[in-house]
Design a binder for this molecule. Structure first.
Ligand SMILES: [Zn+2]
Length: 552
């Protein structure tokens, strides 16, 4: 199966196709059309927002055989070579892997020679801030007196690390992280063109998980399509990203409103059994609290959000408006500190318990009824009486006792943590992925990895199936490596290997399970005597692809 990753297939080939960087694009178009070209440009911005893409289009614009213009023909041999990534005069360098001064000298010693194929040589130096001081000095010399046939495109995620001397010689553009709406639009455009069915709510989740990077969004979309067997559904996407279902968010919110610590811990326990990401669970909780606050101020505003499962008036009525603000703040800080917790589950539990402990006062029973419908229902802090009835007292005591148990529990987990062994199979690897709270594309990459541990060399080989290589990047590999060191409490040798071999990974195990369940469901339907009777009597047929395994 030759499948071209969406990010590659849909890489913009003209300035007009670039999404979300209008200010940069229009400046470049202007410069090209008026032939007033600076010799060095600096693109600053996070990963996956289009730096390399812009560089390629720029190289085409300068070298198109039809002449220099902002709209290169896209058909001549030069344009095609650039599009296919084999244009010899576009020299792409990743400074992160070439930081030594000799490397840069090597690179820059060729600057003086005229281009081989085109009019201009275009140097794209990615992560330019990673160059050493000596390398910067070598670069600076060239930037001071560049030959007329050379253009420099420097890209960085961290412009503050660049020497002023370099900055002052470049025309700087700041690339923006993309708005979620822009990412959603692009994903939908692609899905429609590819004729892939999808649920809009699933796309919302994917575009949120991409955190401003269109490239990440398309990698996730690729994964979602393969997880969903050719379609993109909310439930599958949530499972893929390790997100909790809406009903779990509602259970948590209800238990919070009821100040029910026992129920809260029970829900968390169920979540842990499903290998969810507690970071994304906090995100869901934050969104839920946001919606409640919005509802309390104006229910109409929540309707406009067009949520799959909107906040009910009953739930919104159970919270004091000040509590919602406090809980939101606690969840926000909890999310920031989650990576520091001994493990994700206990960190998440502490966030919930903190909400109960710091809540201003127990909610008087009188307020816990449903507010009358309509915009007028504004639960305010004012009419709340602080009724510390005897009935409440035992609950308080129970809560404290429960807290002790939880503290004891997290101590046990810490002890286990100190003797963490290197993940050597799918189960232990998945435990690491969840514990380390990897998220977004990094998590998706990790879930598709099969670990092979060699204890004699203390070496961990991470195998990635070729079919998922579009998830791989050096940065993500580094992030996994760092998380692994932190999780183990020591450093081990890790190497990544992209392979044809179909190795067993957590994600693959899940996909296989889904396929097996699907086949089982189809077999059951096929053998069901009632269905057979329907077929016989009414000439009924089972429409292919409509059989779905049940929840249980
Ligand atoms: Zn051309």
């Amino acid at each position: 199966m030759s499948y071209l990753a969406l990010a590659r297939k849909w890489r913009p080939r003209a300035f007009s196709e670039v999404v979300g960087q209008e200010h940069v694009v229009s400046a470049l178009i202007h410069a090209l059309d008026e032939n007033r070209l600076h010799h060095a440009f600096l693109f600053a911005g996070t990963r996956g927002v289009g730096k390399t893409t812009l560089a390629r289009i720029f190289a085409k614009a300068l070298n198109c055989e039809q002449g220099v213009s902002s709209s290169p023909c896209g058909a001549c041999p030069t344009c095609q070579a650039v599009d296919e990534g084999r244009f010899i005069d576009l020299i792409e360098v990743d400074a992160a892997s070439r930081t030594k001064v000799d490397d840069t000298r090597d690179l820059l010693s060729n600057v003086q020679y005229t281009p081989t194929q085109g009019r201009y040589k275009v140097y794209l130096i990615d992560e330019v801030h990673m160059l050493s001081t000596h390398s910067f000095n070598a670069l600076l010399k060239t930037l001071e007196e560049p030959p007329p046939h050379v253009k420099f495109l420097l890209a960085t995620t961290d412009p503050q690390k660049l020497p002023v001397t370099v900055l002052s010689r470049c025309l700087q553009f700041n690339l923006r992280a993309l708005q979620q709406a822009a990412i959603t639009d692009q994903q939908i455009k692609i899905l429609e063109a590819e004729e892939i069915t999808f649920q809009p709510s699933a796309i919302d989740i994917l575009s949120r998980a991409a955190a401003g990077s269109l490239r990440d969004a398309l990698s996730l979309l690729d994964q979602a399509i393969s997880h969903g067997g050719g379609q993109v559904e909310e439930e599958r996407v949530r499972a893929m990203l390790g997100m909790i279902e809406d009903k779990v968010v509602f259970s948590l919110l209800n238990a919070l409103a009821d100040r029910d610590a026992e129920k809260l811990m029970l829900v968390v326990k169920e979540m842990a059994q499903k290998t969810v990401s507690f970071t994304s669970a906090l995100d869901d909780l934050l969104l839920g609290l946001h919606d409640i606050s919005l509802y309390q101020n104006n229910p109409q505003l929540v309707e406009e959000l067009d949520r799959n499962h909107p906040i009910s008036s009953e739930l919104a009525g159970k919270f004091g408006s000040e509590d919602v603000q406090l809980f939101y703040q606690i969840a926000l800080i909890g999310k920031r500190d989650l990576p520091l917790a001994p493990d994700q589950q206990s960190g998440f539990e502490m966030v919930l318990l903190r909400m109960l402990v710091f809540s201003p006062d127990p909610l008087p029973e009188a307020l816990s009824h449903t507010p009358s419908a309509g915009a007028g229902a504004k639960p305010k802090g004012a009419p709340r009486e602080v009724k510390r009835t005897e009935k409440k007292a035992p609950v308080k005591e129970k809560k404290t006792q429960k807290n002790k148990e939880i503290i004891a529990e997290s101590e046990v987990v810490m002890e286990q943590g100190s003797s963490t062994s290197v993940p050597h199979d799918t189960d232990s690897w998945e435990r690491f992925v969840v514990d380390a709270s990897l998220s977004g594309v990094v998590r998706e990459l990790a879930m598709n990895i099969a670990p092979v541990f060699d204890p004699s060399k203390d070496q961990l080989r991470l195998m990635l199936d070729k079919a998922h290589q579009n998830l791989f990047s050096k940065g993500r590999a580094k992030e996994i490596n760092r998380a692994l060191t932190e999780w183990l409490g020591r450093k081990i040798t890790v190497d990544f290997q992209i392979d044809d071999v179909v190795a067993q990974s957590p994600a693959k195990e899940k996909r296989d399970k889904i396929t097996a369940r699907q086949e089982e469901a189809e077999r059951i339907i096929d053998q069901d005597p009632n269905i057979a009777e329907l077929k016989r009597r009414f000439d009924a047929t089972v429409i292919p692809g409509t059989v779905r395994p049940s929840e249980n």
